[in-house]
Design a binder for this molecule. Sequence first.
Ligand code: SF4
Ligand code: SF4
Length: 382
Amino acid sequence: MQYRKLGKTGLEISAVSLGTLRIPSAAEGGPHGVRERSDAIRAAIDRGVNYLNLGYPSYFKDPGAACEYVRAALGGGYRDKVMLALNIPSAGITSSDDLERSLRTQLELFGLESVDFCIIDKVSRFPWQKLKDAGLDKWADSVLERGLAKMMGLSFHDDAYYLEEINKYYPRWSLLEMEYSFLDHKHHPGMGGFKFTEQYGLGVVATDVLKGGRLLKNIPGTVLAVWEQAPQKRPPEEWAIRWTLSHQDVSSALFEFEDPAQAGRYIDIAETATPGCADVFENVRASKARDAYYAARAVQCTSCRCCMPCPFDVDVPRIVELYNDAVMFSDDTIPRFLYNLEGHPKTPCRSCGLCEKSCPKRLPLMDVLEKAAQRFASGELR
Ligand code: SF4
Ligand code: SF4
């Protein structure tokens, strides 16, 4: 296993890390019951994985059952071989009591007294004011003082410059999880975020390297052609993993795997995906694949955000992004889940037309918002 420095923490993290809560059960086509799924986690740890993100079990109908195999995997001394990250969703937080309740609930669900990282999940400009009003800074310090977590982290999904404000408010972050695939090179926060993570000494864990597996399914013919025309023959996951881990600012790439064999393949690929491994030709090929994906989107939004703010609190660029993802990947599952999780149905478009007038690309936004609402309607969180 390749290990990399984790920001200013003094720790070394495995180049491949794991999100543990999505290993499918037998009913979902995965490796069977509690025993098999906990063995799958242990197999990854035995291969050198030393960072586990525990996910958020409360999204499941039966949170206790959902994390049973994770609890089992962490027994037998395995807890001491890994760093554990627990997530506090930023949505719906209005007080420090909410933060505390979420932390306590999850520690109990996973049978833990403490974790290595307490991560505030899905931080963006929207929940940020509420998090500050809830007293996040004082609560975070009390978590560290009480030893419930050794370090604080955040998962971040917004423009890079918001990191400056977030760090100014609370400068004791140690780790940042961010989406970083060859499709996310420019935004949320994209490579622009590295200027800040380096300045603040944050270790970066890249998530969504394979876009939740969507880079491996329903691949447009134009993208396949880009990969197949390369002199080196590699499967799509290898191009994607190499691109992300080639960036020296990335400490680790986090995956949610479907079976132990898949985890083993990603770990094998990561062995040679060292910083700078992708030369100029490889980066040009990734750019061509990105262009081919983007051409398959419904509308060519640049995420410039000129259409904001909406007087009725519709997050237009985000909904356009989710709709584009559904069309580009021919798969509604993840966008529908996120659309409902992020609460977009609560702020429907009132068709005032302001956003369309502000969009420099004159995109038919009201039509896209309507289509997204219909397409993602009645999405269950789990
Ligand atoms: S058209 Fe809809 S989304 Fe656009 S500004 Fe008006 S209410 Fe907001
Ligand atoms: S103004 Fe248009 S291009 Fe810019 S983010 Fe909004 S929809 Fe996208």
